[in-house]
Design a protein around this ligand. Structure first.
Ligand code: INI
Length: 156
């Protein structure tokens, strides 16, 4: 057991270049995710001048922008932030499915870690819970997952 190799990512964002893609749709919620992600990353050493924030219309547009950011190779990691709130139409399912599939595809295609901070909620109350109140802040969690993955990936 003591010869085992363990690879872990240090939560140190110093010197990294990070892009955040955030939706304008449900901006009231998403702004809290953006602030949570920025606060987390800066408290872990990220210099504000190394952050690029890209605003996109809605969750459906996140995959294209993440793909473009990843293929540019200008960023060590990306955080995708948005909120889809269920209405009475199947639109919700299409938007969620396409957004999550596309973001995963961009990450795999370009080997660039993307923190998945897209809330998929049944109602506004759930979204508020996950944007810095009862259930924490999913923007922070997405930023942390991205940072850990960047640091693991560079050791592999
Ligand atoms: N986009 C969101 O980010 N969240 C939503 O809740 C949402 N709803 O409910 O419709 C939403 N729709 C817009 C979509 O992402 C596209 O921007 C739009 O269809 C234009 O392509």
């Amino acid at each position: 057991m003591n010869t085992m190799t363990t690879i872990e990512g240090k939560l140190d964002a110093k010197g990294l270049k990070i892009a955040i893609a955030a939706t304008r749709f449900n901006d009231f919620i998403v702004e809290r995710l953006v602030n949570g992600a920025l606060d987390y990353l800066c408290r872990h050493g990220l210099e504000p001048e190394n952050v690029t924030l890209v605003r996109v219309p809605g969750a459906f547009e996140l995959p294209l922008i993440c793909q473009k950011l990843a293929s540019s190779k200008k960023f060590n990691g990306i955080v995708a932030l948005g909120a889809v709130i269920r209405g009475s139409t199947p639109h919700f399912d299409y938007v969620c499915n396409e957004a999550s599939k596309g973001i995963a595809q961009a990450m795999l295609q370009h080997s660039t870690p993307i923190g998945f901070g897209l809330l998929t909620c049944d109602n506004l109350e759930q979204a508020i819970d996950r944007a810095g109140t009862k259930s924490g802040n999913k923007g922070v969690e997405a930023a942390e997952a991205m940072l850990e993955t960047v640091r693991v990936l560079e050791q592999l």
